[in-house]
Design a protein around this ligand. Structure first.
Ligand code: FES
Length: 583
């Protein structure tokens, strides 16, 4: 599968693992001896590329249950191609189980990936992941380490149905929770749904953050072309994993590392795919973080510019009404890319060193309703897109929203703020029948950003007050400095930067202030005069909890803001780290 054209095959002596294994020294003796301790003969590893398999399996990473088996499939491919596979467990980040949020640990896994590769005799790596933050984390680490790397996506779970209705993981949880709160379904229904909604191995079966990020990785070239769409439970999934193992060995021989192929154009292809899929707003943060690692200049404005031209074409939850398995049968990501060729850099290559134009020779769309043409989008550009960037005196460095998932009636809205300083305060008050709120109110949650929470949890789909739900209100303008699950929808403005905890203007809003949102103009402002704002700024005191120890302390000290990717300042591209000495 790997395209060798114009590449020079390296000698075994050029591989970094040889520094550990080849010399006639007491240290290298120990490395060879310890490899034989595992039961391998010398001939099974000496003179071969050593391929790491970074596996994010764990019993708490529920979408990755099958990754232990997939690691075996990867090894099969590596052995077949003449490599020596070694499996390395890494932090598991099951999106639903990890509290307060996996985003707090994305940089942890990125750091762990980079350091696992650096500290060991690894020539190339297969990255096994897929649940939400695991994809950007693994890629960030691999980009920084800059050895040949291929991403093997976990694959989406099988489609679900309950009581004859399609159920998408995440997307429908909120819908049925609101129905339970209103008495429209019974407690018995709710418990039955709990056991029915996620019916197989794999990542969420909607176009949530997991599928968004694996599709972006695919479109950027980090996977075998089209691999992100293969359902986890399909027999073609372990076949793909095996081919990843085979491909990485070639990538090592030809030194096909990220710095040799990953360019700004790959990121733009990833953004084009993301927008056409109606993907998660989380992507805006991860793309910038990955680009920084690759020393590629990428901003929210680059995404906003493409978003002006690329409508949502994929008929997938939460923007549409189909699930990932149906998307695969409709042709999957390659078919999706074939619909947006005008926006793709087709000369770009990925891990196989084949140009995008060559991938697309294998693209076939079998269902034009699921994967639509540009002239028949799921949401016309006039009604919104996957990523709208807003600016104004409430978010000078930007805020984002998925305007395609917003209510048309709220595209231009002015209403009084109802401000909550903490999620606890919001939870305690939101269903109070005496809460002073109307459908025109703008609900605000602050101190929930990268530093404030810390970790910027997915709380941004703020609940509609129960008394308004009972009046039939299903959407309101909601603003926060946190994120929102990619499986959710509504007129939710997210990632407000700078966040309240570091003194961003969101910290200055008071309940009752008029807020004006104008999606068409790309603006979000509080209608408060400058003198009043200056007075409030002078009185500002941060109220978020500051951690003195633990990972959270390191995180709060070094995390950057949402518009900068929320990476650690000391992990962004800078001076290179030397190879470890071997004595
Ligand atoms: Fe793992 Fe959604 S919870 S992908």
């Amino acid at each position: 599968m790997f395209n060798h054209d114009h590449l020079k095959r390296r000698e075994i002596s050029a591989l970094r693992s040889q520094r550990w294994y080849a010399p006639n020294t007491i240290r290298a003796f120990a490395h060879r001896q310890r490899s034989q301790q595992m039961g391998y003969r010398r001939e099974e590893f000496l003179g071969k590329p050593v391929i790491g398999i970074i596996n994010t399996w764990s019993d708490m990473s529920t979408c990755h249950t099958h990754l232990r088996e997939r690691a075996e499939a990867v090894k099969r491919g590596i052995w077949a191609a003449g490599g020596f596979p070694v499996e390395l467990p890494a932090l598991s980040m099951g999106e639903v189980m990890v509290k307060p949020t996996t985003m707090l640990y994305r940089n942890f896994l990125a750091m762990e990936t980079e350091e696992l590769l650096r500290q060991h005799p690894i020539d190339g790596v297969v990255l096994l992941g897929g649940c939400d933050k695991s994809t950007p984390a693994l890629l960030m680490g691999a980009i920084s380490m800059d050895i040949p790397a291929i991403f093997c996506p976990a694959g989406p779970m099988s489609s679900g149905k309950w009581h004859g209705q399609v159920t998408g993981a995440g997307t429908h949880t909120k819908k049925y929770w609101d129905q339970l709160r209103l008495g429209a379904i019974t407690q018995h229904d709710w418990i039955e749904l709990e056991g029915a909604m996620t019916r197989s191995i794999g990542t969420c079966n909607t176009m949530g953050t997991a599928s968004t990020m694996t599709s972006i990785a695919d479109a950027m070239g980090f996977t075998l072309p089209g691999a992100s769409s293969i359902p986890a439970a399909d027999s073609r999934h372990p076949q793909m994993a095996s081919l990843c193992g085979e491909t990485i060995v070639d990538m090592v021989w030809y030194d096909h590392k990220p710095s040799n192929w990953l360019k700004r154009e790959n990121f733009l292809n990833g953004i084009a795919a993301y927008l056409s899929l109606g993907g998660s707003t989380n992507a805006a943060i991860h793309l910038i973080a990955m680009a920084n690692r690759a020393k590629v200049q990428l901003t929210l404005d680059d995404m906003a510019e493409l978003a002006r031209h690329i409508p949502v074409l994929a008929n997938l939850f939460p923007s549409g009404e189909k699930l990932m398995e149906e998307f695969y049968f409709a042709g999957g990501l390659l078919a999706q890319l074939s619909k947006i060729t005008d926006f793709l850099h087709q000369e770009s290559v990925g891990v196989t060193n084949q140009p995008v134009s060559q991938w697309l020779e294998n693209a076939h769309c079998y269902d034009d309703d699921i994967i639509r043409n540009l002239d028949n989008p799921i949401v016309p550009l006039s009604q919104g897109c996957a990523l709208t960037v807003l600016r104004g005196n409430l978010c000078p460095n930007g805020a984002v929203m998925k305007s395609s998932a917003a209510s048309p009636a709220l595209r231009h809205h002015r209403g009084p703020a109802l401000v909550f300083d903490t999620h606890q305060q919001l939870s305690d008050c939101i269903d109070d029948p005496d809460l002073d709120v109307t459908k025109d109110s703008v609900i605000i949650l602050r101190n929930a950003g990268p530093v404030g929470a810390p970790g910027m949890p997915e709380w941004g789909n703020l609940p509609i007050p129960k008394k308004l739900l009972q009046q039939g209100v299903t959407d309101m303008v909601r603003i926060s400095d946190c994120r929102m699950s990619g499986t959710h929808y509504g007129t939710c403005i997210l990632h407000v930067a700078p966040e309240a905890a570091v003194g961003g203007p969101l910290a200055l809003v008071q309940t009752g202030d008029l807020i004006e949102l104008n999606i068409d103009a790309g603006t979000l402002n509080m209608l408060v005069d400058d003198t009043t704002l200056a007075r409030r700024r002078a009185d500002f005191q941060p109220t978020h909890r500051v951690f003195q120890r633990s990972w959270a302390a390191l995180y709060q000290q070094h995390v950057t803001q949402a518009d900068e990717g929320c990476d650690f300042d000391f992990l962004q591209a800078g001076s290179d780290v030397p190879e470890p000495p071997i004595f």
